[in-house]
Design a protein around this ligand. Sequence first.
Ligand SMILES: C[C@H](O)[C@@H](O)[C@@H](O)C(=O)COP(=O)(O)O
Ligand SMILES: [Zn+2]
Length: 215
Amino acid sequence: MERVKLAREIIETCLEMTRIGLNQGTAGNVSVRFNGGMLITPTGVPYEKLTTDHIVYIDADGQHEAGKIPSSEWRFHQAVYHTRPDAGAVVHNHAVHCTAVSILNRPIPAIHYMIAAGGGNSIPCAPYATFGTRKLSEYVAVAMKDRKATLLQHHGLIACEENLQKALWLAQEVEVLARLYLTTLAIVDPVPVLDDEEIAIVLEKFKTYGLRIEE
Ligand SMILES: C[C@H](O)[C@@H](O)[C@@H](O)C(=O)COP(=O)(O)O
Ligand SMILES: [Zn+2]
């Protein structure tokens, strides 16, 4: 797809992320895999002010085009694309329930079968490291080796999928899981979970289920 069209889709994804309550202010960032590297949101620009010219290209070596400053988190976006060849888009946000679970430094366990949307029986929680650091990107690479989403301790959520629409969908599903987890956790801890055998069945069914979102 051409660059301007992808840049427009990135901006639409950012605006939608805020509109559906997954993000606030200048928190979060969004990227798509492009030309061996990625297109990513700039750092610190409110989403409603974004134009396609603001979107930054970063090549495979991590070099960004002159005159633009990419998201401070470009390293963890790059880490996801390296770790997951299936990832075509990455979204990061500070969704309230995901962030609350990340503050507890817990993974989201298999409290609902939709956990399998993240690729396994949990949504992990990557250890804390300062935002924008190589250390944080290393933690993300480990957490997302066999998952499509991870919490970031004391920070927020990252989700990836084959395209932007699906990545945002997954981020929203994980926020619902986080909310369910916190709601049940208020009553019982540990919260009862589904066993690995059932999650394996759901993972298999998801391979053909409805293709979920049309292109
Ligand atoms: C301090 C930043 O908000 C940090 O939380 C970062 O992870 C973020 O969400 C937005 O940073 P950018 O505007 O640099 O993408
Ligand atoms: Zn952040």
